[in-house]
Design a protein around this ligand. Sequence first.
Ligand code: ADP
Ligand code: MG
Length: 698
Amino acid sequence: EQGRAVRQRLDEGDALNRWTGKPFSSRYYSILEARTKLPVYQFKDQVLKSLEDNQIIVVEGETGSGKTTQIPQFFLDAGFEERGVIACTQPRRVAATSIAARVAEEMDVNLGEEVGYTIRFEDVSDPNKTVLKFVTDGMLLREAMSDPLLLRYSVIILDEAHERTLATDVLMGLLQELLPKRTKGSKHGELKLVVMSATLDAKKFRDYFHGAPLLKVPGRTHPVEVFYTAEPEPNYLEAAVRTTIHIHQCEGPGDILVFLTGEQEIEQACEEIREKALALGQDLPELVVYPLYSSLPPQQQRQIFKPAPGPRIPGGPPGRKVVVSTNIAETSLTIDGIVYVVDPGFSKQKVYNPRVRVESLLVSPISRASARQRSGRAGRTRPGKLYTEKSFHNDLQETSYPEILRSQMSNVVLTLLKLGIEDLVHFDFMDPPAPETLMRALEELNYLGAIDDDGQLTEVGYQMSELPLDPQLSKLLLISPDYGCSSEILSIVACMSVPQIFMRPRESAKAADAAKAQFTHPDSDHITLLNAYAEYEACPDSEKKKWCWDNFINDRSILSAGNVRKQLMGLMKKLDLPIVTSDRKGDGSFAYTDIRRALTSAMFMQVAFRQQSGVYLTVKDNQKVYIHPSSVIISRPDWVLYEEFALTTQNYIRTVTVTNVDWLVEAAPHYYDLENFPECQAKAELERAYSRLKFSKK
Ligand code: ADP
Ligand code: MG
């Protein structure tokens, strides 16, 4: 019957692509055939009718039913693009880019023309041509700052709403305020909202949006048989590798999806699975292993969709594909052919403690809802099998807390203030953040000079909101010209906005350390990054790749740092901020002290002080921390500032620079104000600094 639908469209003379005016490729038809078999396809008329009659609809459907790839195209088929662009948000960059590529392929158009994507620091869309845009939720929020009524758009699709990311939650609140201003017949035309979700929480969205109609797309699921490990596994990574190999040896054809928590773990597991499979010899079918995590280059991400290899000998059993993924594969991306799921039951989750102002990613047990989603990935095309651990299944939390309850909020608060929303307490959050978290955010913005004592956005705050960075880094860029080193600070901020540029493969750790030593500034990880970047920049383009290889630098990371740097420089120019270098003699020697002072002036809230006992305590919050072993700093200085507080087995601070008390009290006397300072060893040091500085000023 589906084949008939395709043919019918052909008979109707639909044979020219309406976007390109050209005949469709044969690939188009083969994909179309598959598309018409997706469960949502049957709901096309219902979705369109419902959206015609309502401003807001909620769509709930099993993962893999075709929501993300098909529903936006329904709106194009109905001609919505004539009223404005259609935006579909994704919580993850990987999903935004890979789904855009897929949909462009489905529509037989070039990515970046009719179909595009926008993620932070990367815009592959054409303002004059793009009709459908996949965009991270954070970027749409950013767009709202310059286009508060979202006038460019006719339909906003909030996809993966069940993930309840911070940006999606804030967007929902904003849209609550915005939609009444863009109803049918209003001056700017109607803006439609489609909220899409994979799980059963859809009712919660319907209630939040005042009873918007809820459409349920039934999925096609097959039974999933569950296998538990007999004993709790002390090392889940090892267990996952072992289980994967066991499946390959003992189970029939079908691909395997393994859930782990992050890049390092995933790469290690891939390596071990490959080694073990190789050791099994040629008697078993071929096994290919692909990693999937967000910092993976796009071409490599796309590999996961390649079909499994064929049989080794004609007529023999087919080969097998293994994808080892973060929870990207939980609901964002669907890989066909998965029959076996290995789920140790963990993911990296953000946690925030406003009392000590620490936000960290922590490997934590997933929720029961997540576990269900993961197991569902096995039974999509035929009955599947799930391998997991029993103990963990018994005491899982039903759903995870929305991110807004687990995040620091200063960036969001800045965005909301820029949008003119001052009454944060009465803003219609689906789950309001803790008052303490909001207070902390306001306090931090106030210390940074972004808002005044009445909570009003200042000129500095306005400028900060223009930069797509966390407030402290924005502030760092803003003040850098005052220290005569905005060019260097740009490089540092760019390097901090991309995945780690220094590589340290286990098997060649010594050589990697030696390579890094050439760039090392003994007082600063930030400057060490700068030195590496500057040398890379100076290297002729044709030799850059080799240079990266020789120096254990991640070439893709540093390349995108260059790209980020260019964009940030453009934004700084727009804000009339001069780009000045501290290399005043032009001989490649930077004014390191000025750079460290600039860092101090922006990052004075992330400082630790060495106690007499030798341990470091964070200033004001008194958290015991250790300098991360990857840091270049070995001298155990009194005062250090840090970029990141990583909560792992120990409290580590990462990306560290030596600072000193005089700079701190000069840069931030309002923060290092003795009257409100808790009693501690750092305070005594500060008191001495104040009297010394007063003395020297005479
Ligand atoms: P949902 O949003 O409901 O989870 P999607 O629209 O993402 O579903 O996916 C529907 C189907 O499209 C998938 O089951 C898969 O078969 C196919 N698909 C999606 N992306 C790709 C891709 N990049 N390559 C091949 N097939 C894809
Ligand atoms: Mg989807």
